[in-house]
Design a binder for this molecule. Structure first.
Ligand SMILES: O=C(CO)[C@H](O)[C@H](O)COP(=O)(O)O
Ligand SMILES: [Co+2]
Length: 223
């Protein structure tokens, strides 16, 4: 099943409740937590995630771009948070952290920066509910999609199919109505979009346009 998860990174933080209502037809909302250490940008932390969880009924997908998620990620497994994603590059023991997140009722997800290979994740694929393949360098919205990440998606989807496990494959960075079908064809099924949704006057319409872009076209060989 295709899922569209707008990122509020490009929303109006002063009118956030209004901007959340504008994406009511989405499947989830993606919250980018950045600490100005793991990535060279600073956004928000747990108090903001807690408050958003109080005002939206959308499942929340937290993307932690922070150092030391082994220490901090569990705090984000609160009511309303569907999945917590931590970066492979920042984590000491990804399997242990994923198990702890699951024990707390959150879906566990691991993210890979563009320069990070899939090998370690492939070895432990059953431990994760979702893998996030970054299609930009994490830190900022509005960057260009990296099509060279598609083999990672193909490899992950192939291994998940071999193992017979349900694995969500998320892409984040530069997703538009033009790039989404490329990622979908490579095996992605959860699509994060920040500027493609909130960089336009009508985020509801843009959310709908992304969903249409994800629908298999007649005659295509897409999954
Ligand atoms: O994790 C992120 C950046 O590190 C954001 O989720 C992502 O970049 C969304 O922005 P856009 O769709 O504009 O690329
Ligand atoms: Co993100």
């Amino acid at each position: 099943m295709v899922r569209i998860h707008p990122s509020i990174l490009s929303a109006d933080f002063v009118n956030l409740e209004r901007d959340l209502e504008r994406i009511a037809s989405a499947d989830g909302v993606h919250l980018d937590v950045m600490d100005a250490h793991f990535v060279p940008n600073l956004t928000f932390g747990l108090p903001m995630v807690q408050r958003i969880a109080e005002v939206t009924s959308l499942p929340i997908d937290v993307h932690l771009m922070i150092d030391d998620p082994d220490t901090w990620a569990l705090q984000y497994a609160i009511d309303g948070v569907d999945s917590v994603t931590f970066h492979a590059e920042a984590t000491r023991d990804a399997v242990a952290l994923a198990r702890e997140l699951r024990a707390r009722g959150a879906r566990a997800a691991i993210a890979l920066k563009p320069g990070t290979a899939v090998d370690d994740v492939l070895e432990h694929l059953r431990e994760f509910d979702m893998v996030l393949v970054m299609t930009v360098e994490p830190g900022f919205g509005g960057q260009s999609f990296m099509p060279e990440m598609m083999p990672k998606l193909q490899e992950l989807r192939g291994r998940a199919d071999e193992l017979g496990i349900e694995l969500a494959l998320q892409v984040d960075g530069g997703i538009t109505a033009d790039t989404l079908p490329i990622a979908a064809a490579a095996g992605a099924d959860v699509f994060v979009a920040g500027s493609a949704v909130y960089g336009h006057a009508d985020p509801a319409e843009r959310t709908h346009a992304l969903r249409l872009a994800a629908a298999p076209q007649p005659g295509s060989l897409d999954r």
